[in-house]
Write a protein that binds this ligand. Structure first.
Ligand code: 1CP
Length: 354
């Protein structure tokens, strides 16, 4: 099949899915559910296919990407698949020397700290990521009516890995550049916005039905700094993909004070972590946007009755929303019992069946 027909087949089949309807704030047959990081180490079938294959290599093999993306859909019956990749894949694809270290995360060999470092970040061309186009095409054919969510890292979160050289808790080098050399910072996040937008475009062109922009660590910023130093670049990303008409989701952790701005940046759906109840989040975001969230992932370690009671609280807080996509407030953890996740999907479906 040609790329264009994959794109049309995938999106046409998925158009009336509960997930896409909720993103568009239309009536749904049940509240749709998916989990951030639903593919991954909590699943024995994932650990099996990943045996001996480094993380980044697995992202570049369409057969593995397809299998791993489908695993949680088969097992849990979630309402959407999320493309198996990582936020640093487009950076690797333009030649940044980085690796994903087991138990650590992305590690960058030569952190970006100067204008000369920035100049090495070239634009992303679709031909840099042929394996993404191929895997999305395979997936939309396999998924049928189940939508595929494409994703990318937002400029701030990507910049934090590039500047720190790896995961950080304090973002000290990142903030040193942001406050100390605002022009270099602005040029860096603007360049990352173009790379991110290009990576999302590849996934949408190949057939993804929705996209999520992960600004996982934006919660480290005060609202005024978010607005000044980050929002213009994230807005640029959302504008670059607005024309496709696919729902755009915007998520970060600890972003209670930023929810309004994250919506304003151009999201159709605002992702909420577990710290702000959804009814309060809706007041902060304002009308015209759906919400996604927001069960505390750690709740999944409690007994079934407790999980269901906490999920019930989320559903109660979501009752008046225009559109609600049920999710965790952050990603699935590797030590979680996958059966608890399967039961949670069934519980939400059953409680919200209309
Ligand atoms: O070998 C392994 O299994 C490594 C663990 C792993 C996995 C499964 C990493 C390393 N990345 C991934 C896949 C991944 N990354 C997905 C898969 C799709 C799915 O959800 O099922 C997604 C959406 C991501 C996105 C991602 N990578 C984010 C944003 C989401 C979030 O959790 O906030 C971030 C911050 C990263 C960086 C990253 N990659 C890997 C790790 C352990 C980290 C976080 C490191 C840190 O704490 O800073």
């Amino acid at each position: 099949m040609s790329e264009r027909s994959h794109q049309q087949t995938g999106r046409t089949a998925a158009h009336d899915s509960a997930f896409l309807r909720a993103c568009r704030r239309e009536p749904v047959p049940h509240t749709p559910v998916w989990f951030m990081r639903q593919a991954g180490r909590s699943l024995p079938e994932y650990r099996k296919v990943r045996e001996g294959v480094p993380m980044l290599e697995s992202c570049m093999r369409p057969d593995l990407v397809t299998e791993i993306t489908l695993q949680p859909v088969r097992r849990h019956g979630v309402d959407a698949a999320i493309f198996f990749s990582d936020i640093v894949v487009p950076l690797k694809a333009i030649g940044v020397d980085l690796d994903i270290k087991p138990g650590v995360g992305p590690v960058v060999a030569e952190p970006v700290r100067t204008r000369a470092d920035l100049e090495r970040l070239r634009p992303l061309d679709p031909s840099d990521v042929p394996y993404v186009t191929e895997a999305v095409g395979m997936l939309t054919a396999e998924l049928g009516a189940t939508p595929l969510i494409g994703f990318a890292g937002a400029p701030f979160t990507l910049a934090s890995y590039l500047i720190e050289g790896g995961p950080s808790r304090t973002y000290e080098n990142t903030k040193a550049m942001m406050y100390g050399d605002p022009q270099l910072w602005a040029d860096l996040v603007d360049r990352l916005a173009d790379i991110t937008a290009a990576f999302l475009r590849v996934q949408i062109e190949a057939g993804a039905s929705a996209v999520q922009l992960f600004d996982s660590w934006a919660g480290a910023l005060a609202p005024a700094d978010y607005r000044r130093y980050v929002m213009p670049a994230s807005t640029k990303v959302f504008q670059a993909v607005a024309g496709y008409g696919v729902p755009r989701i915007h998520f970060g952790v600890g972003t209670g004070e930023l929810l309004g701005l994250m919506g304003e940046a151009g999201a159709d759906v605002v992702g909420v972590d577990w710290r702000v109840p959804l009814d309060e989040a809706a007041r902060r975001v304002g009308p015209g946007k759906a919400l996604q969230g927001n069960l505390d992932p750690a709740v999944l370690f409690a007994p079934r009755e407790a999980v269901e009671a906490k999920a019930r609280e989320v559903l109660d807080a979501a009752r008046g929303l225009e559109g609600h996509v049920f999710n965790l407030g952050h990603g699935v953890m590797p030590s979680m019992d996958p059966d608890a996740l399967t039961r949670l999907v069934a519980y939400v479906h059953e409680q919200t069946a209309r």
